[in-house]
Design a binder for this molecule. Structure first.
Ligand code: DGL
Length: 277
């Protein structure tokens, strides 16, 4: 297959990664991008380690075929369960010159500058929480931070079904925030450790005490990528710059376009259905 572009690849299990893509494109509009959403098999949050790893590896291979020299796993569940194995085990065999990066590390690096009392809460999918990636990564860099975690299994379905602004969502938003604060009432900073959760921001804010800061990941991931590319000029030069953005989905293309409007300010125009295997 001939690829006229060598874009930055952005992968998510579904639509949530669009919140990350949007921030990256705002910061670096000149690059080419290809977004891949495995919408037919979402959500990943409740799937096993092995399945998330297999699905994510399939997506990475596909984005490499699209010519991507660098891929962002814009999905916490995939970053938590598959990133390290892909980086250490698969990438050296597939192509050691390409890169696959995640969204957890950039978020974690920022957190030490944000919390004032070193009590941090994490809200994420069951898979991300079970992996313990956030507490492990945070305490590696900031051993003095106490991390409490709460899985929010119903939040992704609320967003994917466009119910995130409905009154019915209130109960489940409040329930998980209360659950987190019961684990540590001193929390002063909450990480939204799932790419879907910024869509629930208004409701999360409503049910969270005003003094607690709520951190969405998009801008941290975008700034971290900019910084990475500035430090790795060889990689920066490999990415093509025509300002294009294509969208691949494992679901129907028209369905993707309609739902993606929830996440993007401009509607995706170039959507193609693909099969991952
Ligand atoms: N995008 C995923 C994440 O950030 C959540 C969606 C899913 O469960 O597949 O964890």
């Amino acid at each position: 297959m001939h690829n006229p572009t060598s874009p930055i690849g952005v992968f998510d299990s579904g639509y949530g990664g669009l919140t990350i893509l949007q921030q990256i494109r705002q910061l670096m509009p000149d690059y080419d991008y290809v977004y891949l959403g495995d919408n037919a098999r979402t959500p990943y949050g409740s799937r096993s380690f092995e399945i998330v790893y297999q699905f994510t590896l399939q997506a990475v291979r596909r984005l490499f075929k699209e010519g991507c020299p660098i891929i962002i796993l814009a999905c916490n569940t995939a970053s938590a369960k598959a990133l390290r194995t892909i980086q250490q085990h698969d990438l050296p065999n597939i192509d050691p010159t390409r890169r696959v990066l995640g969204v957890i590390r950039p978020t974690v690096e920022a957190i030490g500058e944000i919390t004032r009392n070193y009590h941090v809460g994490v809200l994420a999918t069951q898979g991300t929480i079970a992996s313990e990636s956030y507490p492990l990564e945070i305490t590696k860099i900031y051993p003095h931070i106490r991390v409490s975690s709460q899985a929010c299994p119903l939040w992704v379905p609320l967003v994917e079904n466009n119910e995130h602004q409905s009154p019915g969502a209130d109960f489940f938003v409040k329930k998980y925030i209360d659950g987190l604060l019961q684990k540590d009432s001193d929390i002063d900073t909450i990480i939204l450790g799932c790419t879907h959760y910024p869509l629930l921001y208004d409701k999360i804010r409503q049910f969270t005490p005003a003094h607690i800061r709520i951190i969405a990941q998009g801008s941290y991931v975008a700034h971290s990528l900019t910084d990475y590319l500035q430090r790795h000029r060889d990689m920066q030069e490999r990415i093509s710059r025509q300002g294009t953005c294509r969208f691949l989905t494992t679901e129907q293309a028209d369905r993707f376009s309609t739902s993606a409007n929830l996440f993007l300010t401009d509607s995706p125009i170039n959507v193609e259905t693909i099969t991952l295997q």
